[in-house]
Design a protein around this ligand. Sequence first.
Ligand code: WTA
Length: 651
Amino acid sequence: MSNPAELHPVPSGFAGPGTISRAGYERDYARSVQDPDAFWGEAARRLQWDRAPTRVRNVSFDPADFRIRWFEDGELNASVNCLDRHLAARGDKTALIWEADDPATAPLEVSYRELHARVCRLANALRNLGVGKGDRVTIYLPMIVEAAVAMLACARIGAVHCVVFGGFSPNSIADRVADCGSRLIITADEGLRGGKTVPLKANVDAALKLPGTNTVETVLVVRHTRGAVDMQMPRDRWYDAVVDSQPDTCEPERMNAEDPLFILYTSGSTGKPKGVLHTTGGYLLYASYTHEAVFDLRDDDVYWCTADVGWVTGHSYIVYGPLANGATSLVFEGVPNYPSVSRFWEVIDRHRVSIFYTAPTAIRALMREGEAPVKKTSRASLRLLGSVGEPINPEAWRWYADVVGDGRCPIVDTWWQTETGGILISPLPGAIDTKPGSATRPFFGVQPALVDANGTILEGATEGNLVITDSWPGQMRSVYGDHQRFIDTYFKAYPGMYFTGDGCRRDEDGYYWITGRVDDVINVSGHRIGTAELESALVLHPKVAEAAVVGFPHDIKGQGIYAYVTLKAGEDYSEDLRKELVRHVRSEIGPTASPDHIQWAPGLPKTRSGKIMRRILRKIAENAPDQLGDTSTLADPSVVDALVKDRFIPG
Ligand code: WTA
């Protein structure tokens, strides 16, 4: 369990010349919130601007007079900041290291110069295909160098990229393509994960047969596994055939700081996934600054974030942050347990990784395998460990620190969201003593607060809903195509404040402890899934009358998916149907959305007005039938007894 008194001081000898000290943090944090214009105006100099901004922030969270604008008269190009800017001093430095799924495949090292050339070739090809500033491009790729190249090539010509995670199904691709109106898709023949192929091109083909996707004119296909695919001419073009002959320089588009850089879809508590829109200047500045400060970045670091580029962590902390900082960033195609559960640690030794950033779900899964697979590797290159995506339980934190880090490496538990663009709450590793399970203190300029259900700000050691009271440069700017939904989702619950959707505790030392989502979002292995999406997928099945989905605590995944399903009259419950429903949800959304448990429900607990009482369903799923609370307001309290009787009991 967490013990609030357990304090892990900064390991002696950790700090280097650029490390932010305790006093430095306190001083700069105070300055950043007292005079944000001066603080961020100065911070903006870390980027290379074509036109330096004269205005820093123009922000109002008031729903009636809403605006979030940073550096609004500045102009820059994100790809120039990630590439061209480094060519003179570090052109030959390795920008990306690619480690394949199969350790027998030779790794690739791509220098800044080579990456620049590759990005320019693709950018030229995209322009020739008629893609220009403001056009949307969908990227559906495995974890290969081309994923970063594709993002940066879009940024170079001002096209807005929308990366769709390679684990998503054709339906999910189609929804996203239709929502943002993509003109072009960049994909690969197949992906490769844990020795198994993923039919990426076939998924795109299936997606493009679905309604709303006819904006797509071109599909560029990277030859990766060289597995057989259907090429439909003239729509489908081989990437190498179109790109390799292009010139390796390309005039960058001059972008306003507030021009869109990318859209990334994420699940909310209601409706379809939202297209989170990030813009160019503030996002890039925030990703690069947090990446340097939180990871105490030094020039000779080899930095590895194990996320997929399909998630925001891959955007900010594999591609944009590290490359803007001229760092060496490792791109890993595979999975933690292939070919063995030592893989992470072997990759660390192979490439002498010094900073390692992963998710609690991976740590918990590897912890279950014991210490031996870790201890047989050296890991001597490691100096800093990071965690992201979900609350890390103190047991996993200690194992990460003691076994993986040999007690030498500080842990940065970084709390943030797709919406925030970058890390908002995290220790700075040389400045803050850590506590297992706490994301500790806010980053510069970030003003967290805890509110009660009425929106009253709570002071001191307390627990409440986590809000951020003022803007930071990396904040999302809109929901693509639905600005009102952005305001309604994040700024209406507690007017004048950004509501995160997370619950949180603050202790006597002012440390923040994220307790998890307080809305209807389930965090499965660090992946956000809305219960509303799962329910609509289930009721699409012809035999399902009604479904209600809740999360429950899961040892490895953090949270699992528990679905209550009522069948249409005349349909029979069976194990075969249960399996069919799991397959159905996987094909509607993707494998990450697989329900862990499906319980047949003769009826669902509803109020007299017909609202499903999820609180009760959550308690049953948590196997806590003695904590159901008051059920007397239900239209038919007897349905609860039936659900309790048939609930899934772990063990
Ligand atoms: C959760 C991932 C506790 C949280 C970067 C948040 C965390 C959601 C942490 C965002 C952490 C992320 N401790 N919880 N260190 N990091 N979360 O948008 O519930 O995929 O709201 O962004 O993950 O997930 P998203």
